[in-house]
Design a binder for this molecule. Structure first.
Ligand SMILES: *Cc1c(COP(=O)(O)O)cnc(C)c1O
Length: 377
């Protein structure tokens, strides 16, 4: 039997073993074609089928409404940081957009957008605050939605619904009308929890996600957006990144990342077999609860994020005695628990427990942490 360690990487991250095995079996001869998917014309009927099935499965998994386009793009979520403003700022001729800052990724999005227009901060958690009398460090909490200030004539409001590095997740998307900005489309960077839970398209006008966190290998970026937001690109926008060109050519304006789309398509089929997004969400809730319950009960480890903002996907934690960090990581690897080191900007540890990381892996991590605590506590 193939023995693989548990992989807690934040991204690129664990893929379902069944998906890897199917890809391996089909690597040199896809379904009797005598060719690898990598060798096929992106315009041929075989790849067209792969691409169409991927889109249909994604639409089914997320119940994407018919008036939303599904695009497969390149450039990652980082590329979208520029592609979004270049495509949307021209919508109403005012060139304004508002951003909610909750950590490293949303801050990067905001910084990039500033190159293209009049960009304001609608809310930020970049300072220390008090929540229920307890002090919360910067970037460890979501600013309460009622306090967001959105310009009613902004071309869009941008937020990151799962801050991969800080380990924050927004459970309920804001109702723009309640913020006095009913005509402002909500644009969401959902990279690191895409397909881990349903998406409320009555609130999100556009969602984008790089595949490599939860939906496939690096190389393809999924964009799901209201069709009426397409067609307003600024003249500076490269034609390959103009949503109108991409949508008009079924994501084949130029050669798409064919193998990454094929792999993401296999992940979509795997998800359907697991029972779809509702079933995977239930599993994700159970995994996150097990890990956070343990962290909360322990005196040895600390979970820095406010409980109401904790991510189900990325759980940062600290050892109270940070001089034990190196030993913790080295022994974790010996125990088959890989890539637990926290992001350099946060320090400590981070366990990313995406869709493809099963409860068994979370339990192995908790057992190891208990054992380490017993030996050092
Ligand atoms: C990883 C990540 C990004 C950056 O993705 P790239 O593919 O490296 O461009 C952006 N936003 C979030 C939330 C991420 O997790």
């Amino acid at each position: 039997m193939l023995m693989r360690p548990w992989n807690f990487s934040a991204g690129p991250s664990a893929l379902p073993l069944e998906v890897l095995q199917q890809a391996a079996a089909e690597l040199v001869d896809w379904q009797g074609s005598g060719m690898s998917v990598m060798e096929m014309s992106h315009r041929g009927k075989q790849f067209t089928r792969i691409r169409n099935e991927a889109e249909a499965d994604l639409r089914e998994l997320l119940a994407v409404p018919d008036d939303y386009a599904v695009l497969f793009m390149q450039g990652g979520a980082t590329g979208q940081n520029a592609i979004v403003p270049m495509n949307l700022l021209g919508r109403n001729g005012l060139g304004k957009a508002d951003y909610v800052l909750t950590g490293i990724w949303s801050t990067k999005s905001h910084k990039e957008a500033q190159r293209y227009g009049d960009i304001a901060v609608a809310a930020s958690s970049g300072s220390e605050t008090q929540i229920d009398g307890v002090s919360q460090a910067p970037w460890t909490w979501y600013p309460p939605v009622q306090g967001w200030s959105v310009r009613p004539d902004a071309a869009y409001l941008h937020l990151c619904s799962n801050e991969t590095i800080g380990g924050l997740e927004l459970d309920v998307l804001p109702d723009m009308a309640a913020l006095g900005a009913g005509n402002v489309p909500l644009v969401v960077d959902a990279s690191s929890h895409f397909l881990s839970r349903p998406i409320d398209f009555s609130k999100a006008s556009m969602v984008y996600a790089g595949a490599q966190k939860n939906a496939g290998p690096a190389g393809v970026t999924m964009v799901i957006m209201r069709k009426d937001l397409i067609g307003h690109a600024l003249p500076v926008c490269p034609s390959a990144f103009d949503y109108a060109n991409v949508a008009g050519a079924d994501s084949m304006f130029n050669t798409p990342p064919t193998y990454a789309i094929y792999m993401a398509g296999l992940v979509f089929k795997w998800l359907k077999k697991q029972g779809g997004v509702a079933a995977i969400e239930a599993a994700n809730i159970a995994k996150a609860k097990a890990l956070y319950d343990y962290l909360d009960a322990s005196e040895f480890y600390i979970s820095p994020v406010h409980p109401a903002s904790r991510s189900r996907m990325n759980a940062p934690f600290f050892l109270r005695d940070e001089s034990l960090n190196a030993e913790f990581l080295a022994q974790a690897e010996q125990a088959g628990l890989m890539q637990l080191k926290g992001h350099k900007s946060v320090g400590g540890m981070r366990a990313s427990i995406y869709n493809a990381v099963p409860m068994e892996a979370v339990q192995a991590l908790i057992s190891y942490m208990q054992d380490f605590e017993r030996r050092h506590g």
